[in-house]
Design a protein around this ligand. Structure first.
Ligand SMILES: [Mg+2]
Length: 344
């Protein structure tokens, strides 16, 4: 995983980040990705526009998972299928010179499971595709799958297949997951937030590069409990993969709303690792909590005044409003907050 930093503000409000040069191999990948990042949102929008919209498509490109109705007719009777895939690259999302293959395999499955959590749906089956470097023999590659087994058992997801290839470049792992709605629970999207909704996260944020990005447990079970207990008061949800402020900005864009982040509340979600990375500087630690990627906590918009009886710990970080992307400082002043995080 690459630590990211602000590079250039863009008129659109999205910012580009590059990895500090000291991170070596990661830096090259991040600079390459910067070119793609410039038009990431436009690219997704282009994909959405030119993609074929089959009659059964209920959630097209743009959320944590897509959804189709298997009968082929929108809103008809019949099962719904949700799909996601995540591609992880050596030097960007993991580092084979530092991390064990079992840890890397576990992370690859966990990232796609986190998308299931984001939608509050039940993972069913996975496809795992590997691009193995020539130097990595198949016996060793088994460790990737061994690392996945803990999460397969825990979330009852079955690996049905995939593809394995070899090339001269570093390891690439892609995990696709198929999921279904839980009985009686509607999948959540990023798009349901309304002005006045309270914004929460499910855990402490920042500094995941120190270890959490490999060891996190995807919030699949918490998402189910939250959706069940909060019902339609849980209006929007996603997972935090690229940093709180950037992902919250994406939720606001999808919902057509703005947000005011509360700095004093945000202080309660700064992780110990964020403090460690900031050498105890609380302002710098706050920035880590706001913009570091790969926390894989849930980000929720909940109708105001709703009691949380789910048993899932929630941390309030702000309130949705009509428009704008702002922070209320501890001294009461309000300032614009440039969305910052990892862009692809
Ligand atoms: Mg996601």
């Amino acid at each position: 995983m690459c630590k990211t930093e602000l590079l250039n503000p863009e008129p659109s409000g999205i910012h580009h980040y590059i990895t500090p040069p000291a991170l070596g191999k990661c830096a090259l990948k991040a600079v390459q990705s910067r070119c793609m990042a410039k038009n990431e949102l436009e690219f997704v929008e282009w994909l959405r526009r030119c993609g074929r919209q089959a009659p059964g498509v209920e959630l097209p490109i743009g959320d944590d998972m897509g959804q189709v109705r298997l009968s082929g007719e929108k809103n008809a009777a019949g099962s719904r299928l949700l799909l996601t895939s995540d591609m992880l690259l050596d030097g960007v999302h993991f580092d084979t010179s530092k991390h064990r293959l079992s840890e890397i395999g576990r992370k690859a499955l966990a990232c796609s499971l986190s998308d299931c959590a984001a939608m509050a749906v039940r993972p069913v089956a996975a496809l795992v595709s590997l691009a193995l470097p020539f130097g990595l023999d198949l016996e060793k590659a088994k460790e990737i799958y061994i690392g996945m087994s803990e999460l397969e058992d825990r979330f009852k997801v079955t690996i049905l297949g995939g593809d394995t290839n070899r090339w001269k470049n570093p390891l690439v792992i892609d995990v696709a997951i198929a999921a279904e709605p839980y009985p009686g629970i509607e999948p959540r999207t990023r798009a349901g937030g309304r002005p006045g909704d309270e914004v929460y996260v499910t855990g402490k944020l920042g500094g995941s590069i120190l270890g959490k990005h490999l060891s996190f447990v995807p919030r699949v079970e918490e998402a189910r409990r939250l959706a069940e207990c909060l019902g339609d008061k849980l209006r929007a949800m996603m997972d935090i993969s690229d940093g709180l402020s950037l992902d919250l900005w994406r939720m606001c864009q999808a919902s057509g709303v703005g947000v005011i982040i509360d700095e004093s509340k945000l202080g309660t979600v700064v992780s110990d690792d964020a403090m460690r990375m900031a050498f105890g500087d609380s302002d710098a630690a706050l920035q880590h909590a706001l913009s570091d990627g790969e926390d894989f906590e849930l980000l929720l918009a909940v109708a105001p005044g709703v009691e949380n009886a789910s048993g899932v710990t929630l941390y309030r970080v702000g309130t949705l409003c009509e428009h704008g992307f702002q922070m209320q400082r501890s001294d009461g002043t309000i300032c614009d907050l440039p969305p910052k995080g990892y862009v692809h």
